[in-house]
Design a protein around this ligand. Structure first.
Ligand code: AMP
Ligand code: GLY
Length: 417
C-alpha cells in the first residue's frame, strides 16, 4: 500500500514509526513531516491545510490511504473531498469533525444524548453573555466556539476576568470568526485523563488510557501547553471505572452518533475530568492526541494499518488490537520560553539516539545538513516501554545524553504524587 500521513508533530512521527513496521506498507509519505519523520518516511513539502495540493499529490502518487494527524484538514472537509476522488481517508467527514470544530456542537451532542459533562450555556451576543454569567459560580470556564490553536479556553477566577474575556472574544474578536460564539461552562474539579478510541462507522474501540501533563512546570504549575509529558495506562482507569466509561459515555456516544445521522470513522479522543470516580467529558477531539499517541502507539502489538483498513471497511474487531502489558512513558523536551515566545534553529546534540530501549519521537525538528535543529516549542518526545519505574529511569537516563540550547523539561513525569 501507498500511505500518506498528514501533519508534522511527534504524533505523526509515532504513527509513521509504527506504519513503517507494517509489511503491507510499501511506500510511506508524510506531509509536511519533520526531521524525525524523514527517518522513517519520505517527507513531502505540502502544508497540512493545503487540501488542493495534497489531493494533487495523492492522485499523482496513487495513494491508497491517507491518515490525518491534525484537526484542521478534517474540519476543512478533507475526507469529503478525497472520497469524491475515490481516495480512502482515515478520519471523520466535516459534519462529524464538528465534534471538535465547534464546542457548542459538541456540548449540544453531549446534552442531547445524556453524556455526563459540565453544565453550560452558549451565546453570540456580548450583553446576553454578560447577563448569563449570573447563572454560574466562580471559577467558571469560557470557551471560544471554534478552533483556536488550543488557546480558546479561559478559566475565569472572578467576574471581572469573565467580562474581560467575553469582551475580547465576542467584541474584539481576538479569535476572528472562530469566536463568533462562546460557551460558558461550570468549572469541574478533579483529575484529567484521556481516552483515544478507534471508530469504525460509529462503533467505538477504546485504546489504552493515557495521562497527559498539560502545564509547563513541575507540580502542574505555569501556563497550559499542548502536553509536555505522558504515560499509559492511567491508573485511574480501573476495571470499575472502565465499566462506567463504557456504559455512561462510550455507549451513549455510539447511540448518539447513530441517532444524529453521523457516519464517523477515524479517531475520537475523549478528554475526561474524573470527579469522585465519576467521568465527565470535557471535550472531544477527532484526531490522535499529542503526546498521547507517543505512549499509546508503542504499546500496540498488532498492525496499525490493518486497524485503519478494517475501520474503513467496517469489520473492525477487538482482536485487531492487542496491547502490551508494559507501560509507556514520554517526556517532552521543550524550547526555552515555550509556550510563550521561543527561538528555533538550535543544533540538537545526541541524535539520532541509538538505543533499542528508547524511542525519540520528533515533535519540532528539522534536518539541517548532517544534524537536527530545533524547529518548534515542543522538540522531542523521549519515550520508553517497561514497568513504570523502569520506563521512567530509562527516559531520564536518555535525556542526559541529548541537549540543545535553552532545553527544558519536567522532571516529575510519571511520579504519582
Ligand atoms: P478543552 O480544550 O475543552 O479540553 O479545554 C482545555 C483545558 O481546559 C482542559 O484540558 C482542562 O484542563 C481545562 N478545562 C476545560 N473545561 C474545563 C472545565 N469545565 N472545568 C475545569 N477545567 C476545564
Ligand atoms: N495532548 C492534548 C491534545 O492532543 O489535544
Amino acid at each position: 500500500m501507498r500511505v500518506l500521513v498528514i501533519g508534522s508533530g511527534g504524533r505523526e512521527h509515532a504513527l509513521c514509526w509504527k506504519l513503517e513496521q507494517s509489511e503491507k506498507v510499501k511506500e510511506l509519505y508524510c506531509a509536511p513531516g519533520n526531521g524525525g519523520t524523514s527517518l522513517v518516511a519520505t517527507n513531502v513539502s505540502i502544508q497540512s491545510n493545503d487540501l488542493e495540493r495534497l489531493l494533487e499529490f495523492s492522485k499523482a502518487n496513487e495513494i491508497d490511504l491517507v491518515i490525518v494527524g491534525p484537526e484542521e484538514p478534517l474540519v476543512l472537509g478533507i475526507k469529503d473531498m478525497f472520497e469524491e476522488e475515490g481516495i480512502n481517508v482515515f478520519g471523520p467527514d466535516a459534519f462529524s469533525a464538528k465534534l471538535e470544530g465547534s464546542k457548542d456542537f459538541a456540548k449540544e451532542f453531549m446534552i442531547r444524548h445524556g453524556i455526563p459533562t459540565a453544565k453550560y450555556k452558549s451565546y453570540t451576543n456580548y450583553n446576553a453573555a454578560v447577563e448569563g454569567l449570573k447563572d454560574f459560580s466562580y471559577p467558571l470556564v469560557i470557551k471560544a466556539d471554534g478552533l483556536c490553536l488550543g488557546k480558546g479556553v479561559v478559566i475565569c477566577e472572578d467576574r471581572e476576568i469573565a467580562i474581560q474575556t467575553l469582551k475580547e472574544v465576542l467584541l474584539d474578536r481576538i479569535f476572528g470568526d472562530e469566536g463568533q460564539k462562546v460557551v460558558i461552562e461550570e468549572f469541574l474539579y478533579g483529575t484529567e485523563a484521556s481516552l483515544l478510541c478507534f471508530v469504525s462507522h460509529n462503533r467505538l474501540f477504546p485504546m489504552e488510557s493515557a495521562k497527559d501533563y498539560k502545564q509547563i512546570f513541575e507540580d502542574d504549575q505555569g501556563p497550559n501547553t499542548g502536553g509536555v509529558g505522558c504515560y499509559s495506562p492511567s491508573p485511574l482507569f480501573t476495571e470499575d471505572f472502565n465499566e462506567k466509561v463504557r456504559k455512561d459515555v462510550l455507549g451513549k456516544i455510539q447511540t448518539g452518533l447513530d441517532k444524529d445521522g453521523h457516519d464517523f470513522t477515524g479517531i475520537l479522543f475523549i478528554g475526561f475530568m474524573i470527579t469522585d470516580g465519576q467521568p465527565k467529558v470535557l471535550e472531544f477531539n477527532v484526531r490522535f492526541g499529542d503526546p498521547e499517541t507517543e505512549v499509546v502507539i508503542p504499546r500496540l502489538e498488532t498492525d496499525l494499518v490493518d486497524i485503519f483498513i478494517h475501520s474503513i471497511v467496517g469489520d473492525l474487531a477487538s482482536e485487531h488490537m492487542k496491547w502490551s502489558e508494559e507501560a509507556c512513558m514520554t517526556v517532552v523536551l521543550t524550547s526555552g520560553g515555550y509556550p510563550g515566545y521561543y527561538k528555533k534553529g538550535h543544533r540538537i546534540y545526541g541524535l539520532p539516539y541509538e538505543n533499542d530501549e528508547i524511542m525519540v519521537f520528533h515533535n519540532g525538528t528539522k534536518k539541517d545538513g548532517d544534524h537536527f535543529a530545533t524547529n518548534g516549542g515542543r522538540v522531542l518526545s523521549v519515550t520508553a516501554l517497561g514497568k513504570m519505574e523502569d520506563a521512567r529511569r530509562k527516559v531520564y537516563d536518555a535525556i542526559e545524553e541529548i541537549s540543545f540550547k535553552d532545553m527544558g523539561y519536567r522532571r516529575d513525569i510519571g511520579l504519582f504524587r
